[in-house]
Design a protein around this ligand. Structure first.
Ligand SMILES: *[C@@H]1O[C@H](CO)[C@@H](O)[C@H](O)[C@H]1NC(C)=O
Ligand SMILES: *[C@@H]1O[C@H](CO)[C@@H](O)[C@H](O)[C@H]1NC(C)=O
Length: 153
C-alpha cells in the first residue's frame, strides 16, 4: 500500500514504495531495499538517487521525466486520449502518477509543485509567464501513467 506516508523525500525528488527502492537497488547497486536510511545519511547517494529517478522511466514503454521536460517525448495516440501533453504537468505524472495527477485543479500537492517550479524559474531569472499556459503546467485532467498502488513487480 502506497500512501503519502511511505514517500521519502530525497533532496528534490521522491522515492516511494518498495518498488522504487527495489529498482534503485538494482540500477545503482546499493541495497536501498533493506537500507532506505542510507539516503538520509549520504547526500551524494541522495542526489544520485534523485538524478536516477529523474532520468529513468518507471516502465520500459514510458518516458522519463527528463525526456518529457526537454521535449524528447512525443505523445502517442493513447497519451492524447489520456490528455498527457508535452509539458511540465506530464513530468509530475511520470514522477507521482495518481498521487497528484487526474484529481482536478484543486489538488494541493499538484499546485504546490507547480508553485515551486514557477518560484525556481523566477529565482534563476526565467519569467514564470514563459513557463507556458496552465494546461501545460498542470496534470489535473491527465490519466496517471501508473497507479501508486500495484506498481509492477
Ligand atoms: C555515499 O554514497 C556514494 C554513492 O553510492 C558512495 O560512493 C560513498 O562511498 C557513500 N559514502 C559513505 C560515507 O558511505
Ligand atoms: C475548487 O476551488 C474553487 C476555489 O476555491 C472552488 O470554487 C471550487 O468549488 C473547487 N472545485 C472543486 C471541484 O472542489
Amino acid at each position: 500500500m502506497c500512501t503519502w506516508s511511505c514517500i521519502l523525500w530525497s533532496s528534490a525528488l521522491p522515492i516511494y514504495c518498495n518498488y522504487n527502492y527495489g529498482e534503485a537497488t538494482k540500477d545503482l547497486n546499493v541495497d536501498l531495499l533493506n537500507h532506505p536510511e542510507y539516503i538520509e545519511k549520504n547526500a551524494t547517494l541522495a542526489f544520485l538517487v534523485a538524478i536516477w529517478r529523474w532520468m529513468t522511466p518507471i516502465k520500459e514503454n514510458q518516458p522519463s521525466a527528463h525526456d518529457v521536460f526537454i521535449g524528447n517525448w512525443k505523445p502517442t495516440e493513447n497519451d492524447n486520449l489520456a490528455k498527457r501533453v508535452s509539458g511540465f504537468g506530464t513530468t509530475m505524472n511520470v514522477l507521482y502518477g495518481n498521487l497528484v495527477c487526474g484529481k482536478g485543479n484543486n489538488e494541493t500537492s499538484m499546485n504546490n509543485i507547480i508553485d515551486y517550479y514557477l518560484h525556481y524559474l523566477d529565482r534563476i531569472g526565467v519569467n514564470p509567464n514563459e513557463a507556458g499556459p496552465h494546461e501545460l503546467l498542470s496534470c489535473a485532467d491527465q490519466v496517471p501513467f501508473n497507479p501508486s498502488v500495484a506498481l509492477p513487480p
